[in-house]
Write a protein of this length. Sequence first.
Length: 186
Amino acid sequence: MGYLIRSIRADEWAAAKALRLVALQDPVAHLAFLETYEQAVAQPDEFWQARAAGAAEGESQRQQIIAETEGGDWAGSVVVFVEEAGEPDPFGSIAEQRQGHLVAVFVREEWRGRGVSEALFARALEWSWDAGLERVRLFVHEDNQRAQGFYKKAGFVLTGHTVPMAGDSGKRELEMEFLREREREL
């Protein structure tokens, strides 16, 4: 396999920052992330420290899960967080139920096609089920065919719900979901 799947520790903020900056330089970053490289690199260390601490091992509302190589490098990452029913979601809508939300999905190019994404998603779903969630969702840009293909392969299905992209591009983000009952069927 060549990597270990685990949650980050709060003191690993510098590594989390470094991986995020690499992700934001990916050729499809403009389709995959709501943040730009320029915005991220301008953030002070305190921002990255707080971000890592809030998604570290043992936190109950958010986890950043990584694939750590045998050499200690981070091959990829996904963040899963809990959306509470009745609370606003990242797009300004109100969450209808308590659910998980996957964001910040990224695998370094040299690790793609080696099972890293699948392992990250499996651990994110496991964490979600352990948190008592029955549904996990994500949003994907309508033009990001590579990501859509992977998410479908991972068992996520389109819900038909969309949200507009920021700005006036006319483009949409597509909601996809994975229900715990579906995992039981697989």
